[in-house]
Write a protein that binds this ligand. Sequence first.
Ligand code: DNO
Length: 407
Amino acid sequence: MKESFRWYGPKDAVSLADIRQAGALNIVSALHHVPNGEVWEINQIKTHQALIQEAGLSWGVVESVPIHEDIKQRVGDYEKYIENYKKTLENLSACGIHTVCYNFMPVLDWTRTHLYKPLEDGSTALSFEIDAMRAFDLFILKRPQAFEEYSSEAIATAKTYFDTLTTEEIKKLTDSIIAGLPGAEEGYTLTQFNERIQAYKHLSKNDLHQHLILFMQALVPTLESTGVHMCIHPDDPPHPLFGIPRVVSTAEDLDIYYNAVPSRNNGLTFCTGSFGVRADNELLAMFTRHASRIHFLHFRSTQRDGKGNFYEANHLEGDVDMYAMVKAALTEEQRRKEEGIADWEIPMRPDHGHQMLDDLNKNTNPGYSAIGRLKGLAEIRGLSFGISKMIPKNQRFNEQNSIDGFL
Ligand code: DNO
């Protein structure tokens, strides 16, 4: 796996020099200053790329070129935004960047209710608490439809939770949910957020699936001629929020998408932590089914409690079987090598580390402090090194000569 690290640009508290020391030479980054929907011009891409190259690193993956809300809803200027998107892809390709991550989550990108959940060992983690989310929806946002959508029991529990919150906690919860997490590109006030949500009132899950499919169908000729791999990121969390459907949450969602647009350039970012929040997502089966179109890996683990709550676990703990995931990734790389595919190596970044050690006193992007991600990278690197050493040199690494017998 090509070890990678996300860099948010010159304002990131984690510098390129820090990343160089982590040993991840492949940078995952974006032009966060370009407003959603606008073309990324070649000179802007080159300026950013030069900063990365000067640090002895290379910009291998874009995360993300965001999708304008008009494209998701197919309203307004969506055709213009699709044309702009194609131009951005051509420009990235002209600069030698061929892997682009994106998501199709309506209104919000990834969402957590708490950004600094204290863990027993003194570090902190991102977490998602269902009562907090419902309390926000019902009693802070006061979304008109929310009372019809939740059961009376869920409303009562959320009310009890809400009643414990101080004014400061209400503000913190609101900011965590709608102010925009790192990379989300857009943050909202309560009024703006309510308006954005209402715009989806008439869209069904099937409508959103179709909008995604139509968007990708429009892009495929550009992708195939430029060699760019677009890699959709799963919904995080992988279920609807605020009554709005999400369409990249389950194995069935992936089947709908890839059956409709089978081009290998229509790729997948396999984010173990996002898919792993659902107990009904069989990660290994999903990985194996779509292995040939996985062009980017986000490796992290989440711990769920069966009631809708989860937090970010240590990378080798929690509900994700990281051994199985690393093995599956190495197996796919082996297959690509044997097929003579030049870009056989899959970029992998350790995702969402805990805030720990010196970073506890620093102001860093939630989930993106240096030390926690460095720890995750080191653990995954070790696991990968160990697994690859156990593959007999002259043997194909596949299910038949599975290495499980060694353990
Ligand atoms: C969060 C990230 C997401 C991701 C986007 C991809 O940590 O994984 O923000 O970058 O959803 O478009």
